[in-house]
Design a protein around this ligand. Structure first.
Ligand code: SF4
Length: 309
């Protein structure tokens, strides 16, 4: 039994599904960013559900975030039911052409990882953006991922470097999730995501291409060498970091209760406010306190990261 299967079994008392079931959806790919913090205009998702299958993911615990079939009664379907949206590229092109994205801040995406989508699709989205007249381009695209956006580094850079938002911030920001440097935790908690070394490689490649990256240490797990990772981020010219501890009983985006119970049993320090404060202090020993952002303020900063930087 794999480490992931063992945790899945502890959470749901079920065997892990054998396969990911892919279906289709006619749902819109772009929606107004209702309920988000100020600064975001639109959200974009090219699929419903997320094949990464992170067992801590907050999405299945929010009944309005995803349809019941994607999550199952307990959250047991999350990661194993995915619907790819139809005509993603023609719809995106139509939104661009209709000037609906012009000067907008777009979050791509908090409820399904954009880089868990087919490579041909993300590549084509950047190509459509590159081909769009400057006046039709968004002010900012915030790519939220824990996969390998560096597969598109050349195209993202070509787009970002040919676009000058009127608020003088970057045209593209990659908010890169990297919550632990323990590969065994990544293997146990995330079904299909890159390990730590690959994530560092992704960040490095993006930075070498001149793309703005804000690492988000989220959800914050155990670290062998937290200071070493942050020093590396600084060496890559990353201006600040964000972080989010596992969350229970807060207003939004709570960690699923079954995963919280598992942490209580296996890794109680991750929920301990005293331990969390120590970790924050450690982060602040590398980045100054004003550059270690947390929670809602951290998320809001992505809409205009130049204000922090
Ligand atoms: S990659 Fe993100 S959206 Fe997808 S399951 Fe993991 S935490 Fe959730």
């Amino acid at each position: 039994m794999s480490a992931y299967d063992a945790v899945y079994n502890q959470l749901y008392n079920l065997p892990t599904p054998n396969t990911v079931h892919f279906g289709e959806s006619g749902a819109e790919i772009i929606r107004p960013a209702r309920g988000f913090v100020d600064g975001f205009d639109l959200t974009m998702q090219t699929q419903v559900g997320c094949p990464a299958g992170c067992l801590f993911c907050y999405v299945p615990s929010g009944s309005r975030l995803t349809p019941p079939a994607m999550r199952g009664e307990m959250g047991e379907n999350w990661g194993f039911e995915v619907r790819r949206k139809r005509e993603v590229l023609s719809r995106f092109a139509a939104h661009l052409k209709a000037d609906e994205l012009a000067d907008k801040v777009i979050y791509w995406s908090g409820v399904t990882d954009p880089y868990a989508s087919p490579a041909a699709e993300t590549r084509a989205i950047w190509e459509l953006l590159i081909a769009a007249p400057v006046v039709q381009r968004p002010r900012r695209l915030i790519v939220q991922t824990r996969f390998r956006p560096d597969r598109d580094a050349e195209r993202i850079a070509a787009y970002a470097h040919s676009t000058s938002p009127r608020d003088n911030g970057p045209a593209v920001v990659v908010s890169y999730s990297i919550g632990t440097d323990h590969d065994e935790l990544i293997r146990a908690w995330e079904r299909a995501t890159p390990l730590f070394g690959q994530r560092m490689k992704a960040i490095e490649s993006l930075r070498r291409a001149g793309i703005a990256v804000i690492p988000t240490l989220s959800p914050f797990g155990l670290w062998n060498d937290l200071v070493g990772a942050l020093e590396q981020f600084r060496a890559w010219g990353i201006p600040y970091i964000t972080h989010l501890f596992f969350k229970r009983d807060t207003e939004s985006a709570n960690t699923p209760s079954r995963f919280i119970s598992y942490l209580d049993r296996e890794y109680p320090m991750l929920l301990d406010p005293h331990w969390q404060r120590e970790q924050t202090r450690l982060m602040q020993s590398v980045y100054s306190p004003s550059r270690v952002l947390f929670g809602k303020g951290a998320f809001a900063s992505l809409a205009a990261p130049q204000r922090v930087a």
